[in-house]
Design a protein around this ligand. Structure first.
Ligand code: HEM
Length: 315
């Protein structure tokens, strides 16, 4: 991912402005991208091969957990080489594009809960009333949990984890509100600006799930942040529905079982917490301390009952 980020940074290499530099030999001072290419290629191959080989090995041992790889391949002895290449590439793209982005969004959720205990309390009250103590929420509960849905929507908007950076090239000449966009123009979207538009999101810096609720129901209208968080057009994120459902189940389950609290100072009082960001893509908060504790004995027992033996041993 580090290699990918370097390669993806606009203007990092002179060859972007002066394409003829690609013909220079790799020892030439301005051809540093040529010297770095073999390392990037090796990283990309490792990203593709190592998890795949581990999944195939686990499948042959008979102890594989369900995964995209195992679903795509089915029976490994009955698979042609071409299918393996496609399945491998698809799984690696999903991992590369989906793991860090989903994790980063989850981390933003934790930060929001540390900063805004009221939103956490309201979400937990809804979970207690709708789900009760004996089970975890699932995606099929989504329509009965409007506050949780609104909270997750607000996590996506409040800190979009890919605020800029996925650069596109106009394939054809175009026009937008009187501006001519010549063919070959580099186009950089600015989702951060959309997320901060006060005409659409009043007091945009505030974390406020209520902005999507009307008479106890989620009403997004044209304010749904998915329209810019996952981008649009031909290269729109193909994992967006999966990401939304994964984060719904994870966030609802975490809120159902745990209290997330601000860090404490040496006297046990809540300490000041300031959200700062690392210079990463996807954007991550700087590491921060917080408390994550089971909400009750019942929640603890529910977790114990649902975890496998190996998961319990890892705790
Ligand atoms: C919160 C989680 C996620 C966010 C914020 C996110 C965001 C994005 C963004 C901004 C793009 C670039 C679109 C563009 O080029 O204009 C993208 C592309 C992509 N995403 Fe996601 N994504 C997330 C989760 C996932 C997941 C879970 C998967 C797969 C399981 C996934 C797979 C992909 C792939 C394969 C692409 C490249 C599509 C292409 O270039 O045609 N993403 N995503």
């Amino acid at each position: 991912m580090r290699s990918f980020n370097i390669a993806f940074t606009l203007g990092e290499y002179h060859v972007e402005q002066f394409p003829f530099l690609r013909y220079l030999p790799s020892w030439f001072p301005l051809a540093n991208f040529k010297r770095e290419l073999p390392r990037w290629r090796a990283d990309a191959s490792r990203l593709r091969d190592v998890p795949w080989d581990a999944a195939m090995e686990a499948m042959s041992r008979g102890n594989a957990t369900p995964s995209m790889a195992s679903t795509l391949i089915g029976d490994p002895s009955d698979t042609v080489e071409e299918d393996v290449i496609i399945a491998k590439g698809a799984s690696a793209s999903a991992y590369a594009a989906g793991a860090d982005t989903t994790f980063a969004t989850f981390t933003m959720f934790v930060a929001a809960m540390v900063l805004l205990p009221k939103a956490q309390r309201l979400a937990q009250a809804e979970l207690d009333a709708v789900i009760g103590p004996d089970r975890l929420p699932t995606v099929s509960d989504k329509s009965s949990l409007p506050y949780i849905s609104a909270l997750i929507t607000e996590v996506f908007r409040w800190q979009p984890v890919v605020p800029t950076g996925v650069i596109h090239l106009a394939m054809e000449e175009d026009e937008y509100r009187g501006y001519r966009i010549p063919r070959g123009t580099v186009v950089i979207p600015n989702p951060w600006a959309y997320s901060r538009d006060p005409a659409v999101y009043p007091d945009p810096e505030e974390f406020r799930p209520e902005r999507y609720l009307r008479d106890g129901k989620v009403e997004l209208g044209d304010r749904g942040p998915a329209a810019f968080v996952f981008r649009y057009g031909r290269r729109v994120c193909p994992g967006r529905y999966f990401a939304e459902e994964l984060l719904f189940t994870t966030i609802a389950s975490v809120l159902h079982c745990f209290n997330i609290s601000p860090p404490r100072n040496e006297w046990g009082e809540p300490a000041k917490f300031e959200l700062k960001f690392l210079d990463t893509s996807p954007m991550l908060p700087e590491p921060f301390e917080c408390g994550i504790r089971p909400r009750s004995m019942i929640a603890k027992e529910l977790l114990r009952a649902l975890c496998s033996e190996s998961e319990l041993r890892a705790l």
